[in-house]
Design a binder for this molecule. Sequence first.
Ligand code: FES
Length: 165
Amino acid sequence: MEKVQTACRSVTEEKDAIDTLRRIIVSYEKKESNLIQILHMAQALFGYLPDSVLRVIGEEMNLPMPVIHSVVSFYSYFSTQPKGRHTIQVCLGTACYVRGGTRVLDALKNSLQIDVAQTTSDGRFSLEVKRCIGSCGLAPAIRIDQTVHKRVNPTRIDEILDLYR
Ligand code: FES
């Protein structure tokens, strides 16, 4: 099995996490109807869902990989990429969209050199899109970790990012 890039700090811890995942799958009776719950638990355990983890799930549940991949890709909550230390959520809900949310998103993609659902190579930032983060009156808005940045000016996106660098 390929090495899983997770929060696990040693091979032993990594093996323990895989063993825990196998026990979780058994506790859910290996039923396909429990696949989403199992994926949630696996993501909580590993931080994300690398292929090596999905293969363990497929083997244990006797499910073909395309079935598992289709579920993982359907739900935006699941990530097959390791998350960065800071998660940036760009709001593209109606208010933010009409007030330039896509320009904010483009500025972030440009500055970070990543696309949506990716993480920067230094592991610092992950980029996501949301439909509303509850600050419509001060659109366009983005959330970085727990902090909402309002009336974001795309030409000054690096000033915001510098707060987290
Ligand atoms: S639409 Fe962006 S905060 Fe509501």
